[in-house]
Write a protein that binds this ligand. Structure first.
Ligand code: FNR
Length: 179
């Protein structure tokens, strides 16, 4: 059956390039995967007191991750690392202690930034964090795309041929690795 992919976007802004990238990748993938984007903006800031009585939104988020066959992180870079909202979401889902939400999951990581080397550091940091919660990340290809005006057409598809090819290669490798 079609693998279900939980998509986690590391930006909350409406016009996020990474949100646009996620939508474009979903269309490129066609019917190979069933994608579900998990909102992280309404998760509470993690507090270890939660471990006695976990908030409902956090439990739902954990459940959505557990139900998914695999994860796809689409994230910007903030100050050479992952945005706080994304780290918070991972911290929330990793608890309470002994929690198996992430255990043995597989993930892909992609990102977009207007900067030439944007999201490379962010992706390296995210790999470290995911190792700590027992999530395996597809090693290659790394997808750190540079945003520029006109990269997305009116339908939200990526017009740049090189970027499209990289994303198709990523999807091919990701799908084969998940099998
Ligand atoms: C940024 N930006 C950024 N870009 C980058 O390539 N490396 C970086 O370290 C940072 N640092 C950074 C910190 C903060 C607090 C902000 C708000 C922004 C720029 C960032 O790539 C740009 O705002 C993107 O548009 C963010 O991604 P979304 O929201 O478009 O998906």
């Amino acid at each position: 059956s079609t693998p279900t992919i939980a998509v986690i976007i590391g930006s909350l802004r409406k016009q996020s390039y990474n949100r646009q990238l996620a939508r474009a990748v979903e269309r490129l993938a066609g019917d190979r995967f069933a994608f579900q984007t998990l909102g992280i903006g309404d998760l509470p800031l993690y507090n270890q007191d939660f471990d006695q009585d976990f908030p409902a939104s956090a439990l739902r988020f954990k459940n959505d991750i557990e139900q998914a066959d695999a994860l796809l992180f689409v994230t910007p870079e903030y100050n050479r690392s992952i945005p706080g909202v994304l780290k918070n979401a991972i911290d929330v889902a990793s608890r309470p202690g002994g929690s198996k939400t992430f255990a043995g999951k597989r993930a892909g990581i992609i990102g977009m930034s207007p900067g030439a080397h944007g999201t490379v550091s962010s992706q390296q940091h995210l790999r470290n964090v995911l190792a700590a919660v027992d999530v395996a990340v597809l090693p290659q290809p790394e997808i750190a795309l540079q945003y520029r005006e006109g990269l997305f057409d009116d339908n939200g598809d990526i017009v740049d041929e090189r970027a499209r090819k990289r994303l198709l290669l990523f999807l091919e490798r990701y799908e084969a690795w998940l099998r």
